[in-house]
Design a protein around this ligand. Sequence first.
Ligand SMILES: [Fe+2]
Ligand SMILES: [Fe+2]
Length: 475
Amino acid sequence: MSGIDYQERIPNNVDLASDRTLKRALEHWQPNYLQWWRDMGPEGAHDLEVYLRTAVSVDPQGWAQFGFVKMPEYRWGIFLNPPVPERRIHFGDHLGEPVWQEVPGEYRNLLRRLIVTQGDTEPASVEQQRHLGATCPSLYDLRNLFQVNVEEGRHLWAMVYLLHKYFGRDGREEAEALLERRSGETDNPRLLEAFNEKTPDWLSFFMFTYFTDRDGKFQLCALAESAFDPLARTTRFMLTEEAHHMFVGESGVGRIIRRTCEVMRELGTDEPDKIRAAGVIDLPTIQRYLNFHFSVTIDLFGSDQSSNAATFYTSGLKGRFEEGKRQDDHRLREATYRILEARDGRLVERDVPMLNALNEVLRDDYIRDSIGGVERWNRIIEKQGLPFRLKVPHKAFNRRIGSLADLKVSPEGRVLSPREWDEKVHEWLPTEQDRAFVASLMGRVIEPGKFANWIAPPMVGINGKPIDFEYVRFA
Ligand SMILES: [Fe+2]
Ligand SMILES: [Fe+2]
């Protein structure tokens, strides 16, 4: 079951060969996907040979195989974790019943919406990142970008498989639409706001993979609890890929910080102008990028109170993060949860039914998880003997969704008048000048072993290869 069939046109471990209708439908979708990749995938990169890992099995050990691949020839396919025998629904109204191998009619629309929303983020991020290859700081980083991109492409395959297999004609139409929407386009944008933002430079890319791919992790973890077993199994496998994306983000930002700190010590200054003149990114600018990506990403969890969130949970479609590890009744009819909301221009806490607050529960789990890496970044600064510390902004800072969207709140959590906000916002969010400065540093470095001035080399290479390995070959 865990072995992947690479003889097939579509590599898979779901015995696609035995389902001819499905196989034909997916083989019909495949050329459209490849056309999308050529149009919207990494720009100018189709002929490059990239040292990529490809899934060969879904076993925790030995799932990956490394080798040089031209990206349009990457073997995208359908890989599900093996089924858990006797698996039962462990939350919501159907608690204790066997998990579903087919979609229950009454949940069909809800489930399709969940899958489409998740699926839409996957090609969106590839589109957002498609120009970054032109300004890569090293071959090592270029390869990591491409690895993230091909895996997001595979995540799209994971969702499209479910749409084709379980949702008939509607599913096929949704699968086509996933290739038609475009990140940032006015007429036909991607479904979620953070996935329509630009990822114009590598600081943004690393922040995105740290913060926004971590949103992916939490959404996938919640879906991996699902009573709809094929969704649970496919998202479990996606999580193993997601971990790499967050590593790229955390280590990328960490290396930028390390390089900045080195220059600060050499020059004996913390003045942003002098640091910038030395061609590295000053820490306050890194903080503003952090504020932006954090606040935009936590909006992705949706409104703090949501009857949809309650429905997704009670119906068994979407659990909480680590549902199985929680010590409660897993029905939550009586449970409450403390949320933060705006009342008369102030921030107040209020206990509400937990079922309605499950977006907030997931958001808070996410926030706890994302603070960890920020603390690791601070240790890099601390080791260099510098007093600056990065900080995750207050949950109410720069929000666009939910009841907190009505307020202007500082990164420390102080409620501001609109005028105070306007006066101060340039200290908290990246300005045009910040973005122009960061953009001015972006130049292409493709000599093996060389790194752009604004980023430190990594500690180790990929798959045991040296740091100066030729991770991408130009024809
Ligand atoms: Fe993904
Ligand atoms: Fe990802």
